[in-house]
Design a protein around this ligand. Structure first.
Ligand SMILES: Nc1nc2c(ncn2[C@@H]2O[C@H](COP(=O)(O)OP(=O)(O)OP(=O)(O)O)[C@@H](O)[C@H]2O)c(=O)[nH]1
Ligand SMILES: [Mg+2]
Length: 319
């Protein structure tokens, strides 16, 4: 754990544009550092300038390739950009075909690009709270754009997406059924659907499928675009569409309300994470002694209603 002085030095580094300081601060928030309050109060007044874009979708849909391609697009516009990849298999850290990796490496050499991959859930046990803190750090650093990539398979990943301004749902043409099988949550939170790998057959069918699902959900405002991320086709247009949504939201005040909800969501995520950690503590350390283990035993053999047991445990936790 860092000392308060170390954190102060790192924050000064962050303000002077030192990426190593930024990296270290992210590691501290990833590890659930106790200086979260100090970090937050230091960066608080510098927040809210970055456009935060989330990319999610099934494994292999091309999210990382798309991120990389978007990085190039934003760099062409002289925007600085930070990428947070919550993805153990991210080609940002290896695993991609050679061409992709070479493209990524070019970004690593660019001083206006920052890429950070998170391959585990961090000590705190939550992805979304880490994402929230890391986004704040990148925002305070001064990046114009922040991309957050996550595989859209579990609740934790969807939670991450709650902390961004605009959500891109990345899908592929194959299996028109995948719209149906896609997590209901994703269908509802995506602002733009990106049908990537549109060089493959079925892209138009996929677009039509999403369109009809969106009509059913009365969500006709959602944009649906086709891209070919590995060839950078459709990416400039995607960036324009995203920017227009962002500006509209800024103008109507929706952006502010999204960000307000995001702060509350981050707080509730922390409550959940802390309660979960506390449950582990109670079961492993037997806080409150035999009483807790008796509850476990009684529920275990069917003597006690699990709901009643839960109430007793909650009572002990909140004491
Ligand atoms: N044909 C085709 N291949 C693509 C396209 N975009 C990406 N790919 C390839 O698809 C593969 C997977 O791409 P990734 O960017 O790693 O996909 P991902 O969604 O980040 O994957 P995970 O992080 O593992 O979930 C790579 O081999 C890419 O080169 C595209 O538009 N067309
Ligand atoms: Mg990836």
């Amino acid at each position: 754990m860092a000392t308060k002085e170390t954190i102060q030095i790192l924050i000064e580094g962050l303000y002077s544009g030192n990426k190593r300081s930024l990296s270290k601060l992210i590691s501290f928030v990833e590890l659930g550092d106790k200086h979260s309050e100090k970090i937050y109060s230091s960066v608080k007044d510098r927040l809210g300038k970055a456009m935060v874009i989330g990319l999610t979708g099934p494994p292999g849909a091309g999210k990382s390739t798309l991120s990389s391609s978007l990085v190039s697009t934003y760099r062409k516009k002289s925007k600085s950009i930070g990428v947070l990849a919550f993805d153990p298999n991210s080609p940002f850290t290896g695993g991609a075909v050679l061409g992709d990796r070479v493209r990524m490496q070019e970004h690593y050499l660019d001083s206006d690009v920052f890429i950070r991959s998170f391959s585990n859930r961090g000590a705190s046990g939550g992805l979304a709270p880490v994402a929230y803190d890391a986004i704040n750090l990148l925002d305070a650093f001064g990046f114009d754009v922040i991309l957050v990539e996550t595989v859209g398979v579990g609740q934790t990943e969807l939670d991450v997406i709650n902390v961004v301004d605009i959500v891109l749902g990345v899908v592929v043409p194959e299996g028109g059924d995948s719209v149906q099988s896609m997590k209901a949550g994703l269908m509802e939170i995506a602002d733009v659907f990106v049908v990537n790998k549109s060089d493959r057959p079925g892209a138009d069918r996929m677009v039509a499928n999403i369109k009809s699902t969106m009509t059913l959900l009365q969500n006709e405002d959602v944009k649906i675009l086709k891209t070919q991320a590995n060839k950078a086709i459709g990416i400039d247009h995607l960036a324009e569409v995203v920017y227009k949504i962002y500006m509209d939201r800024n103008f109507t005040g929706l952006l502010d309300s999204i960000r307000q909800k995001r702060r509350v969501a981050a707080m509730l995520d922390w409550v959940r994470v802390d309660l979960n950690n506390k449950i582990d503590l109670i079961s492993s350390q037997n806080v409150d002694g035999a009483a807790i283990s008796e509850i476990y035993d009684k529920v275990c053999i069917g003597d006690l209603n699990p709901r009643t047991g839960a109430n007793l445990i909650l009572g002990a936790m909140l004491k």
